[in-house]
Design a protein around this ligand. Structure first.
Ligand code: OGA
Ligand code: NI
Length: 338
């Protein structure tokens, strides 16, 4: 009995983040470090109630122009579906055995890593799991099968995300003056990227995610009760507060292009904490890979010329090394299987 306990304790203590000091590999250069960590939660961060009788299109448009970010509440996704998804992901990240797997090659259709590094070779203070989600029926069997409930629970979550994201895209489209259903055939809930950010002995040296913009149309993030997400607003980093049953929605680069720059894809990052663990589920609603993205025709005219060149989404991902090319590599796995 006693021996068994010792074994488990040892396994836990040997996890990479149970350290007294930040290992050298995780220390960012001065300029990339979070600098001032003592920033207040932004109280003007847009929170949009989707159950309000008047459709909240103006609020979404305004938030997308001014912040590039907003939170939605009363969005219709059952709380149980959200909590089940968060719990099964926490279970995944808690499985001690998977730490031994390290970087999983693309061949499985999913990627788990606890030492993903940035361009400079510095590691992020997080564990991450990524997989493709479209078409859902083809992707499910390529996802992790431990915990046993993983595939069913995440599929149910993604079906809800599909519905909600189409609703939000439709509202954005209407706000921009695009034809109804503009995004229906060109967008897909393509990639799920889940994160586990453990406590860190010195948050001033590390980052959970480096400042970046998303290559999506829109991204939906569910963060439960956690904090740590920051966005760049008017040159200053501000904290996104925790609303446990909300989704954080942000405008990605491809939506900025469609809107001809009217909506903004902005920098965001995740900072670490000495005492809090952050868990998040990011779902990327992206253009289909073959889709050519350019400003919507109705938004381009003589006085408002196109600010962006047309480019196929696949090419964009490739050239910008978005997601480290994971999506393209993972898509090839799906093509091979089907
Ligand atoms: C992302 C992202 C934020 C988070 O995956 O692109 O910004 O909360 N995630 O993990
Ligand atoms: Ni992001």
């Amino acid at each position: 009995m006693c021996d068994h306990y010792m074994e488990i304790k040892e396994e836990k203590d040997s996890r990479w983040f149970n350290v007294e000091y930040v290992p050298q590999d995780y220390i960012f250069s001065q300029e990339d470090r979070p600098q001032n960590l003592d920033v207040p939660v932004c109280d003007s961060f847009p929170v949009i109630d989707l159950a309000k009788p008047i459709r909240p299109i103006e609020a979404i448009l305004k938030a997308s122009q001014e912040f590039g970010f907003f939170q939605v509440i009363n969005h219709g996704v059952p709380e149980k579906t959200m909590i089940d998804a968060m719990n099964v992901l926490k279970e995944f990240f808690n499985m001690p055995s998977k730490e031994a797997i390290g970087y999983v090659p693309h061949a499985k259709g999913w990627i788990y890593t606890n030492n993903d590094h940035t361009k400079d070779g510095v590691y992020l203070w997080r564990e991450n799991l990524k997989h493709l989600c479209h078409p859902l029926e083809e992707c499910i069997q390529l996802w992790p099968d431990k915990p046993a409930r993983y595939q069913d629970i995440i599929a149910a979550y993604l079906l809800e995300i599909q519905k909600l994201s189409l609703r939000i895209l439709e509202m954005i489209g209407e706000g921009l003056g695009l034809e109804p259903g503009y995004f229906n055939d060109i967008s897909e809930v393509q990639l799920l990227s889940s994160n586990f950010y453990p406590p860190c002995p010195d948050p001033s040296l590390t980052l959970g995610i480096l400042a970046h913009q998303d290559p999506s149309f829109i991204t939906l993030v569910y963060q439960g009760d956690s904090t740590g997400l920051q966005i760049l607003k008017d040159g200053r980093w501000i904290n996104v507060g925790a609303i446990s049953d909300a989704f954080i929605v942000n405008i990605g680069n491809q939506m900025e292009v469609i809107s001809n720059g009217k909506l903004r894809s902005i920098d965001h990052r995740v900072v670490t904490s000495t005492h809090e663990t952050r868990s998040s589920i990011a779902t990327f609603v992206n253009p289909s890979f073959d889709c050519v993205i350019e400003p919507a025709k109705v938004l381009v005219n003589e006085s408002e010329p196109s600010h962006y060149k047309a480019i196929q989404y696949k090419e964009y991902v490739h050239h910008n090394n978005a997601f480290g090319d994971y999506t393209v590599a993972l898509q090839n796995v799906i093509k091979l299987e089907s």
